[in-house]
Write a protein that binds this ligand. Structure first.
Ligand SMILES: Nc1ncnc2c1ncn2[C@@H]1O[C@H](COP(=O)(O)OP(=O)(O)OP(=O)(O)O)[C@@H](O)[C@H]1O
Ligand SMILES: [Mg+2]
Length: 248
């Protein structure tokens, strides 16, 4: 007899971008690796941190933000400025880990071959300690630049993504796109990832520009691929509800 039963739906992680989760089929499938891609200053860090922050605060998840680039103080200063206070309750369950200094030391001492090992070690220890639900790696560009081992970078990336998948943590990987390219990542990260969120800053006339967000892909999800205006106001992101506000 044919088995026509559908697989159990997987739990979804909300982005807490008001209106956008409905366009993703309820949120991001738990355990996915999602690229958050965009040019410089398109609020990649803010959007990813916002997802962690609200999931920690509202549904008691555990999270870590692993910054390879921006130092901890400046990241927290920025996100507090967005109305997301890094208070005692949050700081216990949302760790902001700064590897920007370690990266420089690894470079100075010619230890690039240890780079992936160092990252894995930090994630493993944090996961053992906290039981992570969510992780941000900021950024893929720095991670790739540091991969100076003997292996092909694409193979190293494939193995790294596979390792993250094995942990079962929903992971957001920030990818800074170059201005003169439409590629969401340089070494095949867009094929390896389960999902891609693309952030843009579009010039709409001689004076104005608008932020936009689009879900380019999200495995196992019946999602919209439209561009939506991304509006930030008083500590939360939202997309407009009215159809006239949607760019196609
Ligand atoms: N308090 C605020 N409210 C709204 N927008 C803000 C606020 N503070 C900064 N911004 C905007 O956020 C942008 C930076 O956001 P963010 O650091 O998340 O971007 P990013 O894409 O991660 O940047 P980078 O490419 O430098 O990593 C600033 O350029 C500014 O336009
Ligand atoms: Mg950033």
């Amino acid at each position: 007899m044919e088995n026509d039963s559908k697989p159990e739906p997987k739990k979804r992680i909300k982005t807490y971008i008001d209106g956008f989760d409905d366009r993703l089929g309820g949120g991001i499938v738990e355990g996915s690796i999602v690229l958050v891609a965009g040019n410089a200053g398109t609020m990649k860090t803010s959007v990813a941190y916002n997802i962690l922050y609200h999931n920690v605060k509202k549904v008691g998840m555990k999270a870590a933000y692993l910054s390879l680039e921006q130092d901890r103080e400046s990241l927290i200063y920025h996100t507090e400025g967005l109305g997301l206070p890094y208070d005692d309750d949050i700081s216990k369950n949302l760790l902001v880990l700064d590897l920007s200094g370690t990266r420089l030391e690894v470079e100075d001492f010619g230890l690039r071959e240890s780079w992936t090992y160092i990252i894995k070690d930090i994630v493993t220890k944090t996961h053992e300690r906290l039981g992570l639900d969510l992780l941000v790696l900021d950024s893929l560009n720095v991670y790739e630049t540091m991969c100076g081992g003997s292996k092909d970078i694409r193979i190293e990336l494939f193995e790294f993504f596979k390792w993250i998948k094995g942990l079962g943590i929903t992971c957001f990987v920030i990818s800074e796109m170059s201005r003169d390219s439409n590629e969401f990542s340089r070494h095949g990260g867009d094929f390896l990832a389960d999902g891609i969120l693309h952030l843009t800053l579009e010039k709409v006339d001689d004076v104005h520009s608008h932020r936009r967000i689009r879900c380019v892909k999200m495995r196992s999800s019946n999602h919209s691929t439209d561009y939506f205006a991304l509006i930030f106001g008083s500590s939360n992101f939202r997309i407009p509800i009215g159809i006239s506000d949607v760019w196609k």
